[in-house]
Design a binder for this molecule. Sequence first.
Ligand code: FE
Length: 185
Amino acid sequence: MLRNHEATGPGAGIGMRAILAITLVAVVAIGGSICIGCGGESIEINTEEVTGVSTIDKVVHTEEEWKSILPADRYEILREKGTEPPFTGEYEDFSEDGVYVCYACGLPLFDSGTKFHSGSGWPSFWQPITPEAVEEHTDNSGGMERVEVTCARCGGHLGHVFTDGPEPTGLRYCINSASLEFVPR
Ligand code: FE
């Protein structure tokens, strides 16, 4: 799935790797199995289960390693907190049924059932696939007060979350298409 990751298996130049096990309450019901972090410290989430507990190892690479793993445009967004121009991402006007995983590490992040058309120019979701899938950080860059959203597994920059979203959460996760990879259901 993440072909760029396949060249970096265990012992194949991963460099410093932190094994920080976190517990993920997997609320995924996406049919079949998804390989997380394909090629590396991969695990399988049993997606037949609506709820379950899986252990996920965090993925840590040096920036030089990330540069070799990710295409340059995705590296700029995922690792340097860039933003793709509005209305240009492949998932902005996209409504297929499935799951969006982190492009960098394969962690399931958002379900298409929570995607909505915000008109912002970026893919928008009203909640992550599980609360544990993403992390939030205060972001005061650019003279704005925002909340940055990153992948909980690899730390990759995803976008920001705002409080002007629809019910039931009132949240709008404004996410770069370049940070995501869609997996059909
Ligand atoms: Fe990730």
